[in-house]
Write a protein that binds this ligand. Structure first.
Ligand SMILES: Cc1cc2nc3c(=O)[nH]c(=O)nc-3n(C[C@H](O)[C@H](O)[C@H](O)COP(=O)(O)O)c2cc1C
Length: 498
């Protein structure tokens, strides 16, 4: 990491939010954003007011949540039908991201049909929600491994409704099939109704889910380490297939799991799959700090994002890890146009697709059980009871609604555009300016790019924004290595038996 000086500028995100509040019809006033961008470029990014910033290249993950990260993106005239379940389209997304030399493509997942509570009540609002279909993520990335060559492939799997032996084995297999490009987004399940698909009435309590996740990961890591490289010798002359000294029994007996081991899949090309983690609570951050190679988060504010990153970096030190041992990549939703005017039109068109039902539907799972349909749409967001689901996302919703004085309808519409992730619209240069600022100021190490819909939502970023980042020297033009770990610049972890 080097150090340069950079002009202090800050895009006026408040102005941008004002556009959101005005029913998305008012022209979005991006004057401050444009001015900052122009000044920065005129000055070659440098000016008198100086702060220390880093040089180097950012990391870019893509995140695909079918049929797109924007609640109503699927209604856009150019949006392709069937993207949620047609593998050809998913393969196309992965290949486009690979063409852009992105580090990895990541798939969120959950073990339930979203909004199935509405279905149960035969509430017609169910029909407006866009995410009933979701192919199982580990299966998807396994198939993608066969139609891609360089891009990392990350699937979400929960530690709350799985057993470590299954998960360790499947990810080790994926890492073999992909030649070291596999990754696991380790979650504890944010949807409380997942419990009901596993014979339980109630979702395990938040902190206990994390206690189970800690042990779950240790079992997986122990199983992955149970094979040393060179364990299979295939010595035909001496009829010796393997070298027993390179296998290790696990013999784990803990609070939640009893696992003998070993695994029946060899140590993978990158030692073990990349671990991504997106916990935002105290226990979630501790877990990320201890085990994650990639830390995901939702944040629309640079100072908040930096505070989060610094907090996880400080926690990691307590576990003997360095900030360079992992990357922090906040979610980021680019809505791109070739010009500012085109981008504004694109953004307003997207927002105009959101119905009130979709807006309220987008925040239902954060309501802590409160029936939001009983409250006036133009009144304030009511006080929400605590949730046993996504607590951090609920906090973002409440804080943003209070700060921006959003009505219930506005809060829903704001959340529906990205589920709490940072949405930035603009020309490729404006979007690159925004991304550059957070990166240079060490608020993040890169971004997790959420695509609002398919196909334009993907190609615009790869074909228009990535070249601009490359032109500025902020992003690679070729993959550095063949494994995801190499491309992230992370070392192969030491085996516990080494
Ligand atoms: C980028 C990103 C992707 C996520 N993907 C999933 C997912 O696929 N499945 C899931 O259950 N939770 C997912 N989450 C939620 C987190 O795992 C976590 O539950 C949430 O950030 C709240 O943190 P906490 O559990 O520490 O309270 C995601 C979060 C972020 C920021």
């Amino acid at each position: 990491m080097g150090s340069l000086t950079i002009m202090k500028f800050h895009f006026n995100i408040i102005q941008y939010r004002v556009a959101l509040r005005r029913g998305f019809l008012a022209p979005a006033p991006t004057g401050a954003m444009k001015r900052a961008s122009k000044i920065a470029h005129a000055l070659g990014q440098f000016g008198e007011s100086t702060v220390s910033v880093r040089t180097g290249k950012m990391k870019l993950a893509g995140m695909w949540t079918a049929p797109g990260s924007h609640t109503a993106g699927w209604r856009m005239p150019g949006s392709v039908e069937g993207t949620a379940y047609t593998f050809r389209h998913t393969a196309d997304i992965a290949q486009i991201c690979e063409r852009g030399k992105m580090d990895c493509l990541f798939f969120a997942d959950s073990n339930l049909m979203q909004n199935s509570d509405l279905l149960e009540k035969r509430d017609i609002a169910m029909e407006r929600q866009s995410a009933p279909a979701r192919l199982e993520a580990m299966s998807v990335i396994t198939a993608l491994a066969a139609v891609t060559s360089n891009i990392g492939l990350i699937a979400t799997a929960t530690t709350t409704y799985n057993e470590p032996y299954n998960i360790a084995r499947r990810f080790a297999t994926i890492d073999q099939i992909s030649g070291g490009r596999g990754g696991w987004n380790l979650v504890t399940s944010q949807h409380v109704r997942e419990a009901m698909n596993y014979g339980l009435e109630d979702h395990m309590e938040h902190d206990e889910r994390y206690a189970r996740a800690e042990e779950f990961f240790d079992v997986c890591a122990g199983l992955w380490d149970g094979w040393e490289y060179g364990a299979i010798v295939e010595d035909k002359a001496n009829a010796r297939y393997s070298d027993m000294s390179k296998f290790h029994m696990l013999d784990h007996a803990g609070r939640y799991f009893k696992v003998k081991g070993p695994l029946n899949v060899p140590r993978s090309p990158q030692g073990r799959p990349i671990i991504a983690q997106a916990g935002a609570s105290g226990p979630g951050r501790d877990l990320a700090a201890r085990i994650a190679d990639m830390v995901f988060l939702a944040s629309s504010d640079m100072a908040d994002c930096k505070a989060f990153a610094d907090d996880v970096r400080a926690r990691a030190e307590k576990f003997g890890r360095k900030p360079s041992d992992f990357t922090v990549t906040p979610g980021f939703v680019p809505v791109v146009g070739r010009t500012e005017a085109e981008a504004r039109e694109h953004y307003l068109e997207l927002q105009s697709q959101i119905t009130d039902e979709q807006a309220i539907g987008a925040i239902r799972h954060l309501s802590g059980g409160l029936d939001l349909s009983k409250f006036p749409l133009d009144g304030p967001l009511p006080d929400l009871p605590p949730t046993n689901g996504p607590q951090a996302r609920q906090k973002i919703l409440i804080e943003t609604a209070r700060r921006e004085n959003f009505t219930l309808r506005e809060a829903g519409r704001w959340f529906a555009q990205s589920f709490g992730h940072n949405v930035v619209w603009g020309s490729p240069e404006m979007i690159a300016d925004f991304m550059e600022e957070w990166f240079r100021k060490e608020a993040c190490d890169g971004y997790c790019i959420l695509f609002p819909y398919y196909r334009r939502g993907v190609t615009d970023f790869v074909d228009l924004v990535i070249p601009e980042l490359q032109r500025r020297g902020l992003f690679r033009t070729e993959y550095e290595g063949s494994t995801l770990r190499e491309n992230l610049g992370l070392p192969v972890p030491k085996s516990i038996y080494a």
